[in-house]
Design a protein around this ligand. Structure first.
Ligand code: ADP
Ligand code: TRP
Length: 331
């Protein structure tokens, strides 16, 4: 049986963090053997905020290196930059004819951006979901591993696929959100003020590029309180988050010790954070070191991008030529 097609993208807007790692990349790594995977750096998507060209370039290489350092194998998956596959903007143009201003204006992520950057409400921002649909449909993907925040975009991708199929004949499958682990891991910021993120809460977010010292300092500053006052008390979310991080980076026996201290009301958060800081630093260290090594050899990274683009274009060119024929662009 042929493997199911999976597509996902990460925007090149900043440094990758533990949320990206545990929420997205780790699942990509688990999928690379069982599925036909297309993973890409969404560099066109990041143009909506007009990044400095030098920063954009650096971000693309770093995101690529950090994905590989985290265990993605460019031999097993197609790993590429969105902008290296011209069939994507071609499909984007076609789908734009089937996307309506009213529905695009209603998308919550668009409305958020209008609020956040009222001076830069560009057409690319409005049609962001159309470009995302093109990323997915260009490979006729059926599964898309993304977080909760992207579900609305996926629904729109299904709408555009349906609309194309109604007008021109059955062609695109309808892509579905896919969670490798049923409960998506959500990593909160260490100050308890929302999620770890590339652009917000940066002092309370641990990046894959942070050195040991920075990681330790950030964890030692993590929000805690005076501790539980009765046995087996419910945990506030910022304490739960520390336990989650410990579960992801420390040995199970270590987590058990602190959990039972919590339940017995004799936990010392300072000690717990010290242990977590050690273990998290040790967890991130090999990823960071490998990513730094990879970024030193730009020629090798460029070769990976080129080979990834070739794999992606092999699939994309087939899809686009079929779409052209159906539309009547075959003279
Ligand atoms: P960011 O919000 O940091 O800019 P993106 O929107 O580019 O990250 O998300 C890339 C992937 O990482 C998505 O699949 C998203 O669901 C996941 N992700 C981002 N932040 C977190 C987090 N704090 N916890 C879990 N997953 C996250
Ligand atoms: N919009 C996604 C995000 O912000 C990134 C993305 C772009 C994407 N194109 C995609 C994700 C296609 C999955 C499939 O996280």
């Amino acid at each position: 049986m042929s493997k199911e097609i999976v597509v996902s993208g990460i925007r090149s807007t900043g440094h990758l963090h533990l949320g990206n790692y545990f929420g997205a990349i780790q699942n990509y790594v688990k999928m690379q053997d069982g599925y036909n995977c297309y993973f890409f750096v969404a560099d066109y998507h990041s143009l909506t905020t007009h990044p400095d060209p030098k920063d954009l370039r650096e971000n693309v290489f770093r995101v690529l290196a950090e994905n590989i350092a985290s265990g993605l194998d460019p031999e097993k998956v197609a790993l590429y930059a969105q902008s290296d596959v011209p069939e994507i903007p071609e499909l984007y143009l076609m789908l734009n004819m089937l996307a309506y201003k009213g529905e695009l204006e209603k998308v919550p992520t668009f409305k958020d951006k209008v609020r956040q950057q009222p001076d830069n409400v560009n057409a690319g921002l409005l049609t962001y979901p159309v470009l995302m649909a093109s990323d997915i449909l260009i490979h006729k993907a059926v599964k898309v591993p993304v977080g909760k925040d992207q579900e609305q975009h996926l629904e729109m991708a299904r709408n555009f696929a349906q609309r194309f199929n109604m007008r021109y004949g059955d062609y695109f499958p309808e892509p579905q959100v896919f969670r490798f682990n049923h409960d998506a891991v959500k990593i909160m910021a260490l100050d308890g003020s929302g999620k770890m993120s590339k652009s917000e809460n940066v002092n309370a977010t641990i990046f894959l590029s942070d050195d040991d010292d920075t990681i330790k300092k950030k964890i030692m500053k993590a929000k805690t309180d005076a501790g539980p006052t009765e046995p087996n008390a419910a945990m506030p979310d910022y304490i739960q988050n520390l336990f989650l991080l410990m579960h992801l980076s420390s040995r199970p026996e270590v987590v058990d010790i602190y959990r039972s201290q919590y339940n017995n009301c004799n936990i010392r958060y300072g000690d717990m954070k010290k242990q977590l800081a050690e273990d998290m630093a040790a967890f991130v260290r090999p990823i960071r070191e490998r990513a730094v090594e990879l970024q030193k050899d730009e020629a090798a990274l460029r070769k990976i991008l080129k080979e990834g683009a070739e794999k992606a274009r092999a699939s994309a060119s087939q899809t686009i030529s079929g779409a052209r024929k159906l539309i009547g662009i075959n003279y």
